[in-house]
Design a binder for this molecule. Structure first.
Ligand SMILES: [Fe+2]
Length: 292
């Protein structure tokens, strides 16, 4: 729980606050940008909720905060938190959900759940919580756990052992997935079920992969994300652990695929028309070449 004695002085006074244990992971700013903003190394409350919808989003951010740095001292705060927990996993579109409950073990990477008749799939891992376990159970369990790369493993093994799931990760990133049942090798796209296509995208790490679902959703891990401030697609040279040149090639490779949704581990989520996505990818490749 957040500590009022550690409250950041930048917070606008009111029922929500952020304390100094914040790790600046950006999750609250992605969920509730009307409420939370960047204060150089921390998030802070820029504006208190003005209505019930904003209040609910602020509570969702509190639930997702991996270090419990968001405090809520409003009326009925405990009962509202218990009520909002039931929002998770949150529907994004069709049969794709954002899990919430981001884990500090993966520096708060987002994870996603796909409910599919051929078998449900978890993309990266949230915290192993009884609420999510019950929810996933009621939605048919987890057949596959796809790990985009070695950093975002979090509690994947706990989910895998509970649901008897198959863990999938690229061979070159196996170091983080302490065990795996299904190992991707090389750089060719690999189909695991009709609608799940794994595309190796080395760069951020050597074995980084993205997942294309129904030619509509691209789960991008730490390969690319939407920059909310600059309103464009982005990638990070400062967080490129393997090879920037490889990462440029891996972004270029995505231009041939069709998708609308960019669903990253960190940073902004975005939906655009397919042709606009291709334009954004081309512009990003040009910027990445300039950042060499
Ligand atoms: Fe990463």
């Amino acid at each position: 729980m957040a500590d009022p004695s550690k409250i950041l002085k930048a917070n606008v006074k009111g029922e929500f606050f952020v304390d100094s244990t914040c790790i600046d992971c950006d999750v609250c700013r992605e969920i509730a940008p009307e409420i939370f903003a960047d204060w150089g190394g921390y998030s802070y409350v820029r504006s208190q909720p003005r209505n019930e919808a904003e209040r609910r989003k602020a509570v969702q951010a509190l639930i997702c905060c991996p270090v419990g740095a968001i405090g809520f001292v409003g009326d009925n705060s405990k009962s509202l938190i218990l009520n909002v927990i039931n929002d998770f996993p949150i529907l994004i579109e069709d049969d794709v959900f954002y899990c919430g409950f981001n884990s500090e073990k993966s520096y708060s990477a987002n994870s996603y759940f796909i409910k599919n008749p051929k078998g449900n799939l978890l993309v990266d891992s949230p915290r192993f919580t009884s609420h999510l376990v019950r929810k996933f159970e009621s939605m048919g369990g987890i057949k596959y756990i796809f790990l985009t790369h070695r950093d975002d493993v979090a509690d994947a093994e706990s989910f895998a052992s509970y649901f008897n799931s198959t863990i999938i990760i690229h061979k070159d990133d196996l170091i983080g997935g302490k065990s795996a049942d299904f190992i991707i090798e090389g750089e060719e796209p690999f189909q695991i079920e009709q609608e799940f296509l794994i595309i190796p995208t080395p760069g951020h790490t050597e074995g980084h992969c993205v997942l294309l679902y129904k030619n509509k959703f691209l789960f991008t891990g730490d390969h690319i994300w939407w920059d909310r401030d600059k309103n464009c697609l982005s990638a990070g040279k400062s967080v490129c652990w393997y090879s920037w040149e490889e990462q440029i090639k891996s972004v270029e490779k995505l231009i041939e695929f069709d998708f609308e949704w960019i669903l990253p581990g960190h940073g902004g989520r975005m939906k655009l028309p397919k042709d606009k996505v291709k334009e954004e990818l081309k512009k990003l490749v040009e910027r990445m070449k300039r950042w060499r």
